[in-house]
Write a protein that binds this ligand. Structure first.
Ligand code: NAD
Ligand code: UDX
Length: 455
């Protein structure tokens, strides 16, 4: 077998994952292909299509050596025997399962392209997050072909988080490889494992059956998101009782059985994965005749929506029950820090709710301005896209912190305060800032799950 890999799908997963594999496996030649000409052109330019700390440096080192970006998918399929597929699998918006099930049209058209252009046996690796039993179905579709070619389908879900993708890929907690039963499936799994063994300890490379691997991806995301909804539900209780969610989460998290990670209260989780994958799990449970299981996991998404509505209601209540015509400075539009991605961003949902109340928004984000403009294009001059945080704050009634960018801590809030309408409010939707310091400046400070510091 040639030591060459094709990855179909040059997105947030395909691009960084292949860049890291190329950097750690110089003996492998890697081609990343996509139907989007614009995306491929950006990968081949100095302005990469996604922002991810450390990504530029890695791409610069390996691009043109053993990492290549192309739109020629057919050629890629002909010339490579190992094909990773990392196309998008968004929530279906039509037909059966609309709003819950994943839309598999991109995955299916990739499988068809592989079948059409393959001239020899292939190993197809599921990198995308897919329904349980997709690998099995794909194996049956691909393997029953008139060309008499043999296909192995391996599940190798990706666990990277945006903003820390390069770190997560270089030093993952585990790599999961699920294979179909039988010697051929095992051999395919061995080959994929041998790629990762170039930089990852063997004990971190976990082999399972293909169905466990597919379900683990949904389970891991559901369990992580469930912690955030749990802590956010407790934050609501804190606001009613005078308890402080930061103290509660810290003290509870000191129990090693609970652990301290993923207990940060805030405006809820965003990103392209959590909501989609939990709704997918809900759909799966319903399809399996397990309505109680479906209801349990649906609750995680419902608390997340509730948390965002509750945040907007707090802003309304504090600002004398009307937002009409009031300028609000929004600090942060990305769904989390260190990314420009705004998919399912709590900031986007909250901004739209505020605009429904006829607020005027001034938005500043270090990396997500282009996506923010696209997301709010229909709101016209009700939204200003500011060049700096100071510009957004000028003349505002309130500052809303909606993304946990570390650099927001270093701003000159005393200077902002001088330029704002009075009374000046600061709603810290991520409990990011020093609230006592802001209060001393003169702000009325409204954190999440902690008492308001009124002036
Ligand atoms: P993305 O939208 O950023 O990228 C997907 C790419 O696939 C796009 O560039 C699109 O043009 C391309 N594509 C679609 N159909 C194609 C086709 N037929 N042929 C060639 N290219 C095609 O998506 P993403 O965020 O990279 O996610 C990809 C998959 O990985 C999803 O299943 C997602 O659930 C999963 N995942 C994402 C993350 C994350 O943090 N974003 C983490 C883990 C897993
Ligand atoms: C997630 C999973 O972490 C990753 O393993 C999977 O591969 C893809 O989905 P991602 O969505 O990129 O990664 O980022 P993550 O760090 O999980 O954050 C998701 C959201 O939860 C963000 O909006 C973040 O701000 C929020 N969050 C996270 C909290 O509100 N509180 C926390 O304690 C942690």
């Amino acid at each position: 077998m040639k030591k060459s890999i094709l990855c179909i799908g040059a997105g947030y997963v395909g691009g960084p994952t292949m860049a890291v594999i190329a950097s750690r496996c110089p003996q492998w030649n890697i081609t990343v292909a996509d139907i989007s000409e614009a995306r491929i052109a950006a990968w081949n330019s100095s302005d990469l299509p996604i922002y991810e700390p450390g990504l530029d440096e890695i791409v610069q080192k390996v691009r043109g050596k053993n990492l290549f970006f192309t739109t020629d998918i057919a050629r890629g399929i002909r010339e490579n025997d190992v094909i990773f597929v990392s196309v998008n699998t968004p929530t279906k918006t039509f037909g059966a399962g609309a709003g819950f099930a994943p839309d598999l049209q991109y995955w299916e058209s990739t499988a068809r392209a592989i079948l059409e252009h393959a001239g020899n046996d292939k190993i197809v690796v599921e990198k995308s997050t897919l329904p349980v039993r997709t690998a099995e179905a794909m194996h049956r579709i691909l393997d029953n072909n008139h060309k008499k070619l043999h296909f192995d389908v391996v599940s190798n879900p990706e666990f990277l988080a945006e903003g820390t993708a390069i770190r997560d890929l270089l030093d993952p907690d585990r790599v999961l490889i699920g294979t179909m039963p039988g010697p051929s499936g095992n051999r395919a799994g061995d080959l994929i494992a041998s790629i990762y063994q170039n930089w990852i300890a063997p004990e971190k490379i976990k082999r399972t059956n293909v169905w466990s691997s597919e379900l683990t991806k949904l389970a891991a995301n559901a369990l992580l998101a469930q912690r955030i909804s749990s802590v956010n539900s407790l934050a609501a209780l804190c606001e009613e009782t005078g308890a402080d969610i930061e103290e509660v989460a810290q003290a509870a998290g000191m129990d090693h059985r609970i652990g301290k990670a993923f207990l940060r209260a805030g405006v809820g989780f965003g990103g392209s994965c959590f909501r989609k994958d939990i709704l997918h799990l809900v759909y799966l449970a319903e399809q399996c005749g397990l309505p109680e299981v479906a209801t349990y996991w649906r609750g995680v998404v419902e608390i997340n929506d509730y948390q965002q509505r509750r945040f907007v209601q707090r802003v309304m209540n504090a600002l004398f029950h009307t937002l009409a015509g009031k300028r609000l400075a929004i600090f942060g539009f990305a769904f989390k820090a260190d990314t420009g991605d705004t998919r399912e961003s709590p900031a986007a949902a909250i901004a739209k709710m505020l605009l429904e109340e006829h607020a005027k928004l001034a938005i500043y984000d270090p990396k997500a301005m282009a996506n923010a403009r696209a997301e709010l294009a229909s709101y016209g001059d009700a939204v200003e896209f500011s060049n700096s945080a100071a510009e957004a704050a000028r003349g505002a009634h309130a500052i809303l912190i909606l993304t946990e960018w570390a650099q927001f801590r270093d701003f000159d809030y005393a200077g902002f305060y001088q330029q704002m309408e009075k009374p000046a409010f600061l709603f810290d939707g991520r409990n990011l800032l020093d609230h006592q310091m802001l209060h001393k400046i003169g702000f009325t400070v409204c954190p999440v799950g902690r008492p308001t510091l009124s002036v």
